[in-house]
Design a protein around this ligand. Sequence first.
Ligand code: FSX
Ligand code: SF4
Ligand code: SF4
Length: 304
Amino acid sequence: MSLSRREFVKLCTATVAGLGVSQMFHPAIVQAMKEGAKKTPVIWIQGQGCTGCSVSLLNTVHPSIKEVLLDIISLEYHPTVMASEGEMALEHMYEIANKFAGKFFLVVEGAIPRAANGKYCIVGEMGDREITMLELTEELGKKAHAVLAVGACACFNAGIPGAAGNLTRAASVQTIFNEKGIKTPVVNIPGCPPHPDWMVGTIAYALAHGIPELDENGRPVMFYGENIHENCPYLKYADEGTMCETFTQKEGCRMELGCKGPNAYADCFKRRWNNGVNWCIENALCIGCVEPGFPDEMSPFYEG
Ligand code: FSX
Ligand code: SF4
Ligand code: SF4
């Protein structure tokens, strides 16, 4: 069955009762989580980032991080959450990558520096040899079934490490792949950091059903298919010209304070953050963290 973008996005928010996972997920994701997509290993590596993407992942509520790690994905390597470390952890990672070559999913968090032969980001040592993020991305990227680039830093122009003044020549996964002629498909899951549902949902969907429909920026349509401004609860104020002059003013649109919602595509307006407690525009404004031009083209974040 072929669905229009609108129908697909509508499906993504279908209410699926009684499964213990977010009601904001596409039924196919709910099913994948319920069944557990554990057979396919996931290797998660980190380059130039703040670990905010991993911290955001740990904040997943429906399902909980315990369910994600024990029931949904088979996470074989993750520098922040794994108990193992050093050469033992690296050996396990290489073993999984070789044993499941062409089958495992690689998650890349953070940017990949190219200057100084990648020496700005050393991610491990084997014997006396330093392993760079650049080398690891290339080596594992070639072997992976697909790569999920999580966070603004791993996508597009490499987010904050790739912003003006980028001395390390930080680059995204797709940029590295283009330069090295690596054909492995890349799914971009931007955001600084991305919402936990965007990461968990995309991983679960990809494990069970393959790569989801992507937009022209390589982002899953199911999470990044709608414009924030067009769906913003403050749109009525924008239409009538009622503008906020301060963030403490609750009645009014944040456009004159610098809101980038008109140029941002993500479902934050209905998914909300922190287990639905609030979201950026409720307390401040949208800085367009999911867009290819973030952060340079979204700067200054605040105006007025
Ligand atoms: Fe980047 Fe991840 Fe921004 Fe941080 O590590 S997406 S700096 S919130 O979290 O890579
Ligand atoms: Fe649009 Fe931002 Fe105003 Fe909402 S607050 S209506 S997203 S400009
Ligand atoms: Fe990023 Fe804007 Fe969504 Fe906030 S509202 S997470 S700044 S896209």
